[in-house]
Design a protein around this ligand. Structure first.
Ligand SMILES: [Zn+2]
Ligand SMILES: [Zn+2]
Length: 347
């Protein structure tokens, strides 16, 4: 035993050395192949950029490239290439999602995975907009269990039909939790008319009163009810607490009236649609410091995801479109809309 052990040890050792050499050899081979692939990709991107250069003048080129690069940076799978190709240190900005519905049953089976994807895409804050008494409860739980989620509480015009006086007291009690940052989404919807208009107006007024009493901003839903929405907000003195007209779809004149009173306008996926003339004009005219970005997820996905389930990782498309309309960088849109969200919801 004493004699054979060192020989066996030497044999075992030499096997280890051989194995190590083999692994090293394999790894360097893989490394070379990976580098070749990377070089190939670089070359392809450079050719594309050269092609673009010949087609655009300098200003267009700068914006087009910045927006292209931004879309790539915000795409997790291509992050490595983007950093290598453009030798950029990356942006420290975070995206402020001002309106999403992660309490929606469409997220029932994969909510956590989607929220992880959303965080990885650069979203640093989400306002989850409640839409009914039950949605307010679930939304509150989501805010408790997820650091980046804040919530509103309130009842959407679609759900006011069965609202009771005692519901206002329950909403009031919910606002005691410090991650409840707004009352909403509340308002009027004359497109679906799910509840009679007088009932919609009654509970819209009551919930505005609650927001003003509590000094909380409002998240407003308004569809085909522009004048009534404006009048009720004005009568209720809602501008004293501030708010956002989410998924704004009105005229430039109406946008200016809201902005003059201190409201923000929520811009979502609709701005990327081909026939979005009205909202494009609004984004052109209204200063960036009065705009918020939103998805209204799981609804209203932007191009190229139109018709699919929406989530906040698609905000990059909305940001890129606003940057294009305003002739500024997407990073600037991110930065200013982040500051706007923090200011409105007092975070
Ligand atoms: Zn809405
Ligand atoms: Zn909504």
């Amino acid at each position: 035993m004493t004699n054979s052990t060192p020989i066996a040890g030497r044999i075992v050792n030499s096997y280890w050395v051989l194995a190590a050499l083999l692994i090293l050899g394999l790894l360097s081979g893989c490394g070379n192949r990976f580098e070749e692939q990377l070089r190939g990709t670089h070359q392809q991107v450079k050719t594309n950029i050269d092609h673009l250069k010949t087609q655009l003048d300098n200003k267009q080129l700068t914006n087009a490239l910045l927006i292209k690069k931004y879309r790539r940076d915000r795409c997790v799978h291509f992050a490595v290439f983007a950093v290598t190709i453009f030798e950029d240190e990356g942006s420290d900005n975070m995206i402020f999602e001002s309106h999403a519905h992660y309490d929606d049953e469409q997220f029932g089976s994969d909510r956590e995975a989607i929220l992880k994807k959303v965080r990885d895409s650069g979203v640093g804050c989400i306002i989850n907009a409640a839409s009914s008494m039950n949605s307010s409860r679930i939304s509150l739980e989501l805010a408790k269990s997820h650091e980046i989620i804040y919530t509103s509480v309130g009842v959407h015009p679609h759900d006011v039909q069965d609202m009771k006086e005692s519901d206002l007291e329950i909403l009031l009690a919910m606002t005691a939790f410090d991650k409840v940052v707004a009352i909403g989404e509340i308002g009027l919807d004359y497109y679906y008319d799910t509840a009679p208009r007088e009932i919609q107006k009654l509970w819209f007024r009551e919930q505005i009163k609650l927001a003003v009493d509590l000094d909380l901003p409002v998240i407003i839903h308004s569809r085909e009810a522009a004048q009534d929405t404006f009048d009720i907000l004005h009568e209720g003195n809602a501008h004293s607490v501030g708010g956002v007209i989410h998924c704004f779809s009105g005229s430039v004149e109406m946008a200016k009236r809201y902005v003059d009173l201190g409201y923000y306008l929520g811009i979502g996926g609709v701005v990327t649609f081909k026939n979005a003339k009205k909202i494009t004009q609004v984004v052109e005219v209204i200063p960036l410091d009065r705009l918020l970005i939103e998805t209204d997820a799981p609804y209203l996905a932007p191009v190229p995801y139109r018709g699919k389930r929406n989530d906040s990782s698609h905000l990059a498309e909305v940001i890129a479109k606003i940057a294009e309309i305003k002739g500024i960088t997407p990073e600037e849109v991110e930065k200013v809309t982040w500051e706007n969200g923090q200011r409105l919801f007092r975070l």
